[in-house]
Design a protein around this ligand. Structure first.
Ligand code: UN1
Length: 513
């Protein structure tokens, strides 16, 4: 089989981890069981990575807490300079890392490159931010007093990331946390451990070149048992976790139980509303990329189309035609649009969802199915499917992490579509396709979409890093990436300074001795 330059990419990244365990360094102790990483692309074993035991974890935490003492005293713009260098290294290794992401996770090479681009973008953003960690100043009610607020680093930030964005989600968190003066302990998904090792190696190089203690960037490996070391650990004031709502609820409860903070990025059930005034061509592009991009495995993937009855048939046929053009196959081959989904467990969930929608009375208009034969040996390639469904179907309430799109019909005005869109438990991303100003503004208004992301004439996926990313309700309420998301990585302190020889009390209280 053609290798698509995988060997070269692994070499560039210094990660031929088969039989080698994990990367070295005092920030990365791993002596536990071995995780085997199989590529969904060709079913090959690509890495054996050792997991982190509880004893290893203690060593990691010692290294991290010690590193924090140094790192927090470095001026933020100097930390920014190190993040700038990290971004440069990512630029140099963009193709290699993009390829590994594609090979280990299964998204198209183009999207693998896009993911690394998001890492680079957040580094640039963080560099600028390192000179803008602003607090406010206030006027004191007392004469000769000054009041202001400042932001200090929190300490050790834990990051749990999911397989679908095996490198970018870590970078969104870590780049901001680093310039804020925090150190990070990262547990990547056990489904994409080699991506974690590759990132760790790139960061470790930059830190070594700058004589920064390596505990600023720590990696731990394993499944939720390893994640639980962090949820329970009082030394971790902030735990940022991306994954299922089920996982998020467990993390939220455990972290809240010790009064820690959590930043949650959980499931989405994202819809595009298509009104009678929609541009059909744009709708089709947005919907198809949203539904089949990353083989339907983005938190922001389009799962529901809420289409007005007057244009329902037109949109439906345009979609069916567009789906006929889709080429499913090796994601490293740039001729293909859709790669595999992550593993055979995911294939089973995809199958179950399709059966379920039929059971509930849905009508499949683009047939799904698992592909077999040459090029599909991993058993992870599935056909993107479209089903006509009703908004209240049980299966439509769920986020199935696979390329399944539900078509829902609405009647009357846009309020009815918004109601359907907001009916689900999740609240991540949403969009409306319309050239009607009233509809668009209604959708963005207080009576409109209840999601963290609401777009007009753009699909639900593919957000830029400059905005805050995250969602409401079962999506967990966290915000990361751009805007003022950095504030969650810092602790705020209010300072009042008296430069007089008197000690007047606030609220005019007299306390004469
Ligand atoms: C995710 O799926 O976990 O908006 C994040 C997007 C990407 C991020 C998705 N920028 O689709």
């Amino acid at each position: 089989a053609i290798n698509f330059g995988i060997d070269k990419a692994l070499k560039t990244l210094g990660v031929n981890a088969i039989n080698e365990g994990t990367s070295t360094g005092s920030n990365c102790f791993s002596n536990g069981e071995i995780i085997e990483s199989y590529s969904p692309v060709d079913g090959q074993l690509i890495a054996k990575v050792k997991t982190t035991t509880e004893a290893d974890y203690e060593k990691v935490m010692t290294s991290a807490t010690l590193a924090f003492k140094t790192w927090r005293t470095m001026p933020a713009p100097q930390r920014g300079e190190i993040v700038r260098q990290f971004g440069d290294k990512l630029r140099a290794k963009k193709e290699a890392l993009g390829k590994l992401v594609s090979y280990e996770m299964g998204k198209s090479y183009q999207e693998g490159l896009g993911e690394v681009q998001e890492m680079i973008d957040i580094c640039d953003f963080a560099v600028g931010l390192s000179r803008q960690l602003h607090g406010l100043t206030m006027h004191s009610e007392r004469p000769g007093h000054r009041m202001y607020e400042q932001y200090h680093p929190l300490g050790v930030v834990g990051i749990i990331s999911a397989f679908n964005f095996p490198v970018a989600v870590w970078a969104w968190n870590t780049a901001l946390a680093w310039i804020c003066g925090d150190v990070c302990v990262w547990k990547p998904s056990e489904k994409t451990p080699l991506c974690g090792v590759a990132c760790q190696n790139i960061a470790a190089e930059v830190f070594a070149e700058n004589n920064v203690p390596e505990g600023v960037c720590c990696l731990i490996n394993g499944n939720y048992h390893v994640g639980a070391f962090m949820t329970k650990d009082k030394r971790i004031p902030l735990l940022s976790a991306t994954g299922s709502t089920r996982m998020g609820k467990i993390v939220a409860q455990q972290v809240a139980g010790r009064l820690g903070k959590s930043l949650l990025e959980l499931g989405g059930n994202n819809a595009i509303i298509v009104t009678p005034d929609a541009d059909i061509k744009m709708t089709v592009i947005g919907a198809v990329f949203g539904a089949v991009g990353t083989a339907g495995q983005r938190c922001t993937s389009t799962r529901r189309l809420i289409i007005h009855e007057s244009i329902y048939e037109v949109v439906k046929h345009a979609l069916v035609d567009a789906y006929k053009q889709l080429r499913i196959g090796n994601p490293l081959d740039e001729n293909n649009h859709v790669g595999p989904i992550i593993d055979t467990d995911a294939v089973k969930m995809y199958d179950d969802a399709l059966n379920k929608v039929v059971e509930e009375g849905g009508n499949i208009i683009v047939e799904g199915g698992v592909l077999s034969g040459e090029g599909y040996e991993s058993g992870c390639y599935v056909r993107p499917a479209i089903a006509e469904a009703a908004p209240n179907f049980e299966i439509v309430q769920h986020e199935t992490f696979a390329p399944i799109l539900y078509l829902l019909k609405y009647k009357g005005n846009v309020e009815n579509a918004i109601e359907i869109q907001n009916e689900v438990a999740q609240g991540l991303s949403s969009a409306i396709m319309t050239n009607n100003l009233r509809e668009a503004e209604r959708f963005l208004s207080v009576q409109g979409s209840d999601c963290g992301i609401a777009n007009v004439n753009i699909g639900t996926s593919g957000a830029e890093i400059g905005g805050a990313f995250g969602g409401e309700k079962d999506t967990g309420g966290g915000r990361e990436s751009g805007s003022d998301a950095w504030k969650v990585y810092m602790r705020r302190q209010t300072n009042t300074i008296n430069y007089t020889t008197e000690l007047p009390l606030a609220q005019g209280i007299k306390f004469d001795l």
